[in-house]
Design a protein around this ligand. Structure first.
Ligand code: PBG
Length: 309
């Protein structure tokens, strides 16, 4: 019998805490456990501490996970809850993504001050975002818009918007939902026109390979369609990861035992882009994503990256 509570690692932002609590609640429900079986351990990461620079500038992925993963590896934590979108495509040795919760809405939301819709912003408007993908997609649709780096917690970004620093900002609708703040969204963007980041909207659990006590516990809350879709999207991302300055979008959906993927890479100015589609059996999720990545690399050619790498 388990005597000590399971130690769950998480960042301390309201969104991260909501995600950790949702995971804990699902585990309590699945196993008939009380709250005393879990202890939520809050850790600060580099990504939380450095909020004035673009993520791609300070080292890209892994910034929101490093400190948590160290404690997972050393055994101080039993598992960690993350936004799948924040996870590096290569995890530290000995760790893996053991479970995914059912995916939330994958779309981006526009939160407008000068206009409710992105396309209705005045000429030369300013939009805040730290995401290369969002910046490139905005410039593709509206080359006249200036984007400024906008980082920090959802609450911080909304406050900056209210204070009038920008005319609008973009956030994952999933995060707004989990924070109970969907009312701030003035437009939900069409994923065809404004495709989401790989793994957007999916909460994942990371744990130690071979830790069967923990992994058996987590298996009960895994949502396999989300697992397959995110596996495909991350395989796509992994092929393109060589340049962490590439704006990349990718979304897979499961239909029965099939999986459909569509991906896109853009130049930072949004003026050039390449799309790719993939389809196959769900069990081949990783191979579908990988092959889509290779296809789009070939389509784009080396010159696509060279000019601004
Ligand atoms: N570090 C950014 C980040 N990572 C995950 C989410 C949203 C939640 C999700 O996509 O699951 C966000 C904020 C945003 O993009 O608005």
């Amino acid at each position: 019998m388990q005597t000590k509570p399971f130690r769950i690692g998480t960042r301390g932002s309201p969104l991260a805490l909501a995600q950790a609590h949702e995971t804990r609640d699902r585990l309590m429900e699945a196993h008939g456990f009380g709250e005393d079986m879990f202890e939520v351990v809050v850790l600060s990461t580099k990504g939380d501490r450095i909020t004035d620079r673009a993520l791609s500038e300070i080292g890209g992925k892994g910034l929101f996970t490093e400190e948590i993963e160290q404690q997972l590896t050393s055994g101080e934590l039993d598992f960690a809850v993350h936004s799948s979108k924040d996870m590096a495509t290569a995890l530290p040795d000995g760790l893996f993504l053991s479970a995914f919760l059912p995916r939330e809405d994958v779309r981006d939301a526009f939160i407008g001050r000068s206009a409710a819709r992105l396309m209705e912003l005045p000429q030369g408007a300013t939009v805040g975002s730290a995401s290369l993908r969002r910046q490139a997609l905005i410039r593709r649709l509206r080359p006249d818009i200036t984007t400024v780096i906008f980082r920090g917690q959802v609450e911080t970004r909304l406050r900056k918007l209210e204070e009038g620093h920008v005319d609008g900002t973009l956030l994952a609708y999933a995060g707004l939902k989990r924070l109970g703040k969907t009312d701030v969204a003035t437009e939900i963007l069409d994923p065809e026109e404004f495709p989401p980041a790989p793994a957007q909207g999916a909460i994942c659990v990371e744990s130690r390979i071979g830790d069967s006590r923990v992994n058996d516990l987590l298996a009960a809350i895994n949502h396999q369609p989300t697992h397959d879709a995110v596996t495909c999207e991350r395989a796509f991302l992994r092929i393109l990861d060589g340049s962490c300055r590439t704006p990349i979008a990718g979304l897979a959906r499961c239909e029965g035992d099939r999986l459909r993927f569509s991906g896109m890479i853009l130049t930072p100015d949004g003026q050039k882009f390449h799309k790719v589609e993939g389809e196959g059996a769900r069990k081949d999720a990783a191979a579908i994503g990988q092959s889509a990545g290779e296809t789009v690399l070939k389509k784009a050619g080396a010159g696509f990256f060279e000019n601004w790498r």
